[in-house]
Write a protein that binds this ligand. Sequence first.
Ligand SMILES: [Zn+2]
Length: 404
Amino acid sequence: MLNSSTYYAGAKELESDLAKFMQDIIRIPSLSSEEGAVIERIREEMLHVGFDEVTVDPMGNLLGRIGSGPHVIALDGHVDTVDTGDLSMWDRDPHSGDIEDGILYGRGASDMKGGVASSVYAGALLKKIGIPDNVTLYVTATVQEEDCDGLCWQFIVNEDLLRPDLVVITEPTSLRIYRGHRGRMEMEVNTSGVSCHGSAPERGVNAVYKMAGIIADIEKLNEELEPREPLGKGTVTISEIRSTSPSLCAVADGCTIHLDRRLTVGETEETSVAEILALPSVREAGATVKVLDYAVPSHTGLTYPTRKYYPTWDIDEDDPVMDDAKIAYRAAFGGEPETGFWTFSTNGVATAGMYHIPSIGFGPGHEHFAHAPNEQVEVEHLVRCTAFYTALVETIAGQQGEQK
Ligand SMILES: [Zn+2]
C-alpha cells in the first residue's frame, strides 16, 4: 500500500502518458453504435500498461481485469459521445484533443472519455505498486450509453459476465463524490380520430383536437409534481408531436405525443403510466399510453432490446461505500470531499437502479460541458481521478481486512 500522500504523486508521474492517451481517444470519433475503433485503442492501452486480461464482450463492451481477489470493483465509463452539433459554435476542431494551459479540448472530454482514461491509468498505477490480493479491479469501457443508459450493464449482468461488489461511475462530478440521480422514461400518448374530407370536418373526429386537452394537462402536471428528498422534483415534458391523416386535405385520424419523464424518489414506470392514464383529458379522449422500446444494434451488430425505463437511484450519505469513498478521498488529497447528485442520467440506472449493486460517482470534468460546444476537461482532473481510484481500491482492500 502507498503512503497516503503518495497516491497523487504516483498518478502525477503518469500524467504525460495519461494525457497522450486521452488525446488519442478524443481524436477517434465514437458516436453510439460506432465505438469499434475507440474500443480497440483503449484495449491496446490496457494491454500496454499491463492489465491481466482484456476482453471485448459480444455487445462490444471492453472489460479489462487486474488481480483476482474475491472483492470485485468496477470502474465504469462509456466511450460513446453525442455528435458535435453546430461546428460554428466550436472554437476548434471538436476532435483536436488540443491541450492549452492545462485544459484538454474535444467532444467527449468531460462526457466522458476522461473517466475512462483515468480508470485505465489507475490500473497502470496499481500494476506498478501491486494490486492487493483480496481485490479484483475491472475497468469497463462501455457502449451505447448516450442512446440507452445502462443497456451495457443489463447485458454484462444478465449474461453473467460480471457482477461487481462496487461500481464507480466515472462520469463528470467536478471531483465530488456523487450518490445518485433522477431516473427517466420515455412514453407515447396516442389519440385516434376518424378522418374525412377536410372540406367538411364536421363529418370526422379530429385526433389532434382530442390531444389538445391532454397537452394542457401534461403542462399542468409538470408544475404539480412534488419535490422529494434528496433528488428534488420529477419532471415531464412533451418532446415531440406528430399526427397522421390520409392527406393534408383531411381530418387527422391519429395524434401522438412523446413524453420525456424524469423520475424522482418513489416514481416508477408503473406510477408514471398510471398518472398519465388518470388525467381527465386522457380518460375523456380514450387515449392510450405506451412505454417505448430501444432496439438498436451495437457496433458489433448485437441488438439487446429493452424498455426505455431507467430507474432512479440514490444511496445514503452514510452508506458504507460513501465512507470508503471519503476515506479514499482524504488519502489521495488530504481534504474533505464534497458530495452530491448528477442532474443527468448515467449507467447507474442499471448497476444501482435495476441490480442494486452499490454504486457511487467520481469523475473528471464538469457536467455542464456535457453535450456542449467547446467541451473540455482539466488535465489535473485526470491525474486526480487516477489517484482517487487507486486510493479507493486500496481503501476497500484494507476494509476487507487483508493486505498485500
Ligand atoms: Zn455520459
